[in-house]
Design a binder for this molecule. Sequence first.
Ligand code: HSE
Length: 418
Amino acid sequence: METHKQLTIGLFGFGVVGEGLYKILQQTPSLQARIKKVCIKNYSKKRTAPATLFTTDRAELLNDRDINVIVEVIDDADAAFSIVSTALKNGKDVVSASKKMIAEHLPALLELQEQTGRSFLYEAAACASIPVIRNLEEYYDNDLLHSIRAIVNGSTNFILTKMFDEGLDFKQALLLAQQLGFAESDPKLDVEGFDAVNKWTLLLTHAYGIIESPGNILFNGIQHIQASDAAVAKSKGQTIRLVAQAQKLRNGKVAAFVLPRFIKEDDHLAFVKNEYNGVVIESGFADKQFFYGKGAGSFPTASAVLSDISALRYQYKYEYKKRYHPAPQQLSNELFLRVYISFDDISLIPRERFEWIEEWHAEEERKYLVAVVSFDELIRNNWWKENNTSLVLTADPVIENIEIRKLKKKSLELAGIL
Ligand code: HSE
């Protein structure tokens, strides 16, 4: 086996992550990885590297026989897919951080990896500095993964922390996240949950072998979270985070979603603040484990790219082993969720579609209720994302089909209806 291969890199992108990687590589000579050329969009921008390093011609990198590794850290998903496909077809190994591109093209990228036999690594695409993909792929290579709950978007976590802990308003907090280089160029991707669900799609593949398009996963962002929601959370001794979750149900299938959620004070995720990300894994015998680290920013993201580059020296590849499990995992909508909903106008909330309502607060201008609703109702309809309605999962939100009748009876008895 060829080991400690000399790596000659063609780098696409010299933004927050690309420049971070350039600086890190200068400090890690032992890696024997050298950037030969950097392809950028805008030649006239001032750069912190010699001008001779740069080009705007993709082919100069993709057709250079000397370059055996393409690192792609640009934020245009279509261009990224074209670069990655060509690079693999041209026999180069590829490292990418483009979560949107990977989530949207996963089946095609799997095929390309099979056809070309090249490595395609993307640890930086989810949770930046936390080595979560390689751990899910290699360490949890069995049936015992009961659930994963994770904060996977640094910008929204930063915004929620600043709103809750420092009293900043949404816009100020977002501006700060942009200035610090955490947010996507189009911050709507962060704020409305697209970035988180893209990352969750990748993690579902490595955790459970499930390949699903991000559009088929239930998700929302934090765009409608209000100061009054924060106040309710505080009054319960809780906080709110945007949490991605996957959980094995008793029907043997997996429930997966990305939604804002109340978090109890003693939950590991309550400890995750600012641009940090966190992952709580529950598995058969190990019980609970917690991974924690920076989820956005120049050096934390570049550190994951660096680790992938280093893994290429020994020809590391993802094998996607869980896809070939004798009983492949499937997603399920057969569950119910206990949710908190705050709203301006009750006539826009279809109360008759709840299984039951547990709390009702109509005193303040901003009203809220706590109710149980089927997962299907949220998948099929958008009322809960519109008209300034804010839906937040309660701290213990999942109710399985098998439990629903008993719980409904109990709640109706409590309300004096039965
Ligand atoms: N915008 C992303 C985030 C960057 O805030 O998490 C890291 O993927």
